[in-house]
Structure formats: structure tokens, C-alpha cells
Design a protein around this ligand. Structure first.
Ligand code: FAD
Length: 318
């Protein structure tokens, strides 16, 4: 079923959903089940599975020269989605990215997902590869998530890349996109960022999942700004608890978000690693409770392989 249909059926109740990463290459599906099993009692109607493009690594050869090699550390998104749907009877939302995909690759991935009865996708651009200063699209691929949304929408109307296909089978994907309460870091300003977001909605996107944030006011202001810009789709807050002190620096660096002073103080003043995790968990519980009370359609937790912490939060909130 479509994510947006779950929102409609929820009658203003705040749903819960989780996002998991494919295991590192060499891992197994059981790793994902071990992460999800303790969370399923909270009845998430859908689970997101991230997608990771290949990275370049440089291996030193005997000659002393370095060899550039492309590796994908976390393959398997489509198979993991099928496996989650089969085991738990819930919907899975694969993330689709522009990076590393030609339009043909995207079309073939969408055909696979359609055959597997996957009804939802989260359409994203993807980040720049390490060692590349900016996002470089695949030759014959998409530069922006907007173009990916357009391709999925085209397939929803039975329009395939191959012009010889007339009246192709129409897919019916519900399309999610990313939103940034603190602005996407490359956007010159929030107004332009929202204009590009609106273009994705106009092209067929159905809902937004936000980047993580630690100050709910940023989410409330973002929703207000979206509505003022004519973006009227559900906006799902993305949440991640701080569990380690180093995350106070690494998360702002990696995700371009601010840390409120009170959160930094609570984590840094805690005297043990356990107390630091507890401070982060309590902050996330308070955030979740306020968002739920404010009527957010769903709370979307970035598990990042740490389901025991997410479980503590879900127990307190649901
Ligand atoms: P876009 O919408 O393409 O926007 C990128 C930048 O370009 C923005 O600054 C925007 O303002 C600007 N822009 C957009 N359209 C245009 C245009 N037409 N002309 C000029 N500028 C434009 N990454 C992964 O690799 N795998 C994942 O699984 C993954 N999951 C994510 C899930 C969520 C909920 C979120 C919030 C992010 C996720 N990301 C993931 C990270 C995401 O790929 C990056 O944040 C990326 O830098 C931007 O993706 P986007 O879809 O927002 O890009």
C-alpha cells in the first residue's frame, strides 16, 4: 500500500517508521532482521531501506602507483526490501538515487520493484562521492532528484524511455522526497530550496521526509514555510538520537544541521558513556513527544544500526 494511504487511514494518529541501512558487503539478511525484530511490535506500516552508490578507493600497487577501484560497500537494497515485505508483511520503501545510475538503470530498477509489488520509492539525488568536491551525475543519468521524480511519474503514466513501447504497463509508485528544515547545504537560500522542492511535488512527488534535526522549532518553521510556498503534502520529521559525544561534531559536519546548546550541554556534562547516551535518548523522546502532540503524520527514525536505542525511544513515545 502507498505511504500516503497509510497517512490518510491513520485519522490524525502519528505513525512510526524506521530506516535501515543495507549490511556491509559480506554481511547477511539476518543482520537486518536482528535490527528490525525488536522494533516490529511498534507496528511501523513501512520501513525505508537506504541506497549506497559505489565509492572510489585507491589501492597501492607494487610499482608504487595507486590504482583507482570502485566498490559498493552496501549493495542489496532491492532484495532487502523484498525480504522485509515477505517476513513482516509491511511495506518497504527503497531509496533510489541519481548517483551511479543511468536513466536505463533506473528504469530497470523500477521494473524490478514493480514486479516485486513495491508500491513506494524515496527519490533522491545522492551525495558527492568522497574525493569529489561536488555531485557528478552518471553519464546518461540524472543531475537532480527532480529529474528522477519525473522519470518515476512518467512510468506511472506508462511512459518508458524506449519510444518503441506504446501503452506500456503503468506503474503506480507513491513517491517520497527529501526535505531540509535547515536548508540543503548547497542551496543558496531556503526560498530557492523550497522552489526546487515544490517543483518535485508538481512533478508528482507525494510526501516529504526531512533530514534529521534536533530543534523542533526548525521543523515547525519549515512546515510553515512549505505551506506558504504552496507545498501541501505530508511532511514526515526524520529523527536520530545522539548516543556518543563525538556525534555533536560529526553530525553537523556530515548532515549540515545545528545542535541546540542545551543538548550539547546535557551530553557533554554527562559523566559516563551510558549517561551521555541517556541524555541523547531523553532529548529525542522529548522531541518525539512534542512532534506527536503537534500532529506530525509519522515519526521516522534513522536507526543507523542501533535498534536498542530506538526501541527505548519508541517505548516511551508509543
Ligand atoms: P536535489 O533535490 O536534487 O537537491 C540537491 C541540491 O540541488 C539542493 O541544494 C537543491 O536546492 C538544488 N536543486 C534541486 N533541484 C535543482 C534544479 N533543478 N536546479 C538547480 N538546483 C537544484 N543519500 C544516499 O546516497 N542514499 C540514501 O539512501 C539517502 N537517503 C536519504 C533520506 C533522507 C530522508 C534524506 C533527507 C537524505 C537522504 N540522502 C541519501 C542524502 C541525499 O541524497 C543528499 O542530501 C543529497 O545531497 C541531496 O538529495 P536531494 O534528493 O535532496 O537532491
Amino acid at each position: 500500500m502507498k505511504v500516503t494511504e497509510y497517512f490518510k487511514q491513520a485519522n490524525d494518529q502519528t505513525l512510526i517508521s524506521f530506516e535501515v541501512l543495507p549490511p556491509l558487503k559480506g554481511g547477511q539478511m539476518q543482520d537486518i532482521f536482528n535490527a528490525l525484530d525488536p522494533l516490529m511490535e511498534f507496528k511501523p506500516p513501512f520501513i525505508d531501506v537506504t541506497y549506497h552508490r559505489e565509492e572510489f578507493i585507491y589501492k597501492k600497487r607494487k610499482s608504487g602507483y595507486y590504482e583507482k577501484t570502485a566498490i559498493r560497500k552496501r549493495p542489496g537494497t532491492v532484495g532487502i526490501c523484498a525480504s522485509i515485505m515477505h517476513r513482516y508483511g509491511v511495506d518497504a520503501v527503497p531509496h533510489l538515487i541519481c548517483g551511479g545510475f543511468t536513466k536505463e538503470d533506473t528504469e530497470n530498477a523500477l521494473i524490478d520493484l514493480h514486479f516485486l509489488n513495491v508500491d513506494n520509492v524515496l527519490a533522491l539525488r545522492g551525495d558527492a562521492r568522497k574525493f569529489e568536491g561536488k555531485f557528478i551525475p552518471e553519464e546518461g543519468g540524472h543531475e537532480y532528484a527532480l529529474d528522477l521524480v519525473k522519470q518515476v511519474s512518467d512510468m506511472n503514466s506508462g511512459k518508458y524511455l524506449d519510444s518503441n513501447i506504446e501503452n506500456g504497463a503503468a506503474t503506480d509508485f507513491c513517491i517520497g522526497i527529501a526535505g531540509y528544515p535547515e536548508k540543503h547545504f548547497e542551496a543558496p537560500n531556503l526560498e530557492l530550496d523550497l522552489a526546487f522542492t515544490k517543483a518535485k511535488i508538481d512533478a508528482g512527488a507525494d510526501y516529504i521526509v526531512t533530514q534529521m534535526f534536533f530543534d523542533n522549532q526548525k521543523y515547525f518553521d519549515y512546515v510553515k514555510a512549505c505551506r506558504a510556498a504552496g507545498i501541501n503534502v505530508p511532511i514526515v520529521p526524520g529523527l536520530k538520537p545522539i548516543t556518543k559525544k563525538y556525534q555533536l561534531n560529526s553530525i553537523p559536519r556530515l548532515f549540515h544541521v545545528d545542535m541546540p546548546g542545551d543538548l550539547v550541554k546535557a551530553v557533554t556534562e554527562a559523566s559516563t558513556p551510558e549517561a551521555r547516551t541517556q541524555a541523547g535518548v531523553e532529548w529525542c523522546i522529548a522531541q518525539s513527544q512534542e512532534l506527536k502532540a503537534a500532529g506530525a503524520p509519522c515519526l521516522h527514525y534513522y536507526t543507523m544500526g542501533d535498534s536498542s536505542t530506538i526501541r527505548k525511544i519508541a517505548e516511551a513515545v508509543y
